[in-house]
Design a protein around this ligand. Structure first.
Ligand code: IMP
Length: 201
């Protein structure tokens, strides 16, 4: 049995504005007051974990303890089968300090070519951790499978979206209407589990 969230206020443990906005929107229907870790002036912990779960949990726990409030963190990334799951938890780091995703996508394309294969299978993972100041954590993980395409297409998404085509679709996440993407993405799957376990009833 998961612990139920029965507070009024929740910290979103991220300093990434795009992510914070997306999480605020997803939580809005539950009447929960949300505040970001950045707005509270909390420091951003270093992502030293070796899995999505470890990084999501360390970010959520740091914010929950720092703010003395429950906190929700997201750790996500793109995993390419032929690259043994890379870039995975390093997805953001592949884009470098300037967050240049055109560069990161080119690097990905080169790595796949060097692997000498036509296997383009990949998936996105989203790990969500909800932590309380007493150290309790609930964790949920969502996944969406698909394949990579080249050249990148579409301006609507972020990160690796222009290279990713979800199973059963023929346009990239970058070309897809955000409402449609949010209905089938890794983040949507993780959120459904979180909401069912901790916010309903
Ligand atoms: P994090 O802040 O370490 O969780 O970084 C996640 C990184 O994974 C982002 O910077 C993106 O590069 C990538 N990523 C995660 N989710 C998505 C998505 O929905 N579309 C495209 N890229 C994503």
């Amino acid at each position: 049995m998961s612990r139920h969230f029965d507070g009024k206020k929740l910290v979103v443990a991220s300093h990434n504005l795009g992510k914070v906005r997306e999480i605020f929107d997803l939580l809005a229907p539950f009447g929960i007051e949300t505040v970001s870790a950045g707005d509270l002036g909390l420091p951003e912990p270093e992502e030293t974990g070796d899995s999505f779960r470890a990084n999501a949990e360390l970010k959520a726990l740091a914010a929950a303890k720092g703010a003395n409030l429950p906190a929700l963190a997201d750790d996500s990334g793109l995993c390419v089968d032929i690259l043994n799951g890379a870039p995975g938890i390093y997805s953001a780091r592949w884009a470098g300090p300037t967050k240049d995703f055109a560069f990161a996508m080119e690097k990905l394309r080169r790595s796949i070519l060097e692997a000498g294969t036509h296997d383009n299978r990949a998936h996105f993972i989203c790990g969500l951790a909800l932590a309380w100041p007493d150290g309790h954590v609930e964790y949920f993980e969502g996944r969406v499978d698909g394949e990579l395409t080249w050249p990148p297409r579409g301006e609507k998404g972020f990160g690796y979206d222009p290279m990713f085509i979800a199973e059963g679709h023929d346009i990239t996440f970058g070309e897809m209407d955000p409402d449609v993407k949010h209905g089938l993405s890794h983040r949507a799957h993780a959120f459904t589990q979180l909401v069912d376990a901790c916010f309903k009833g």
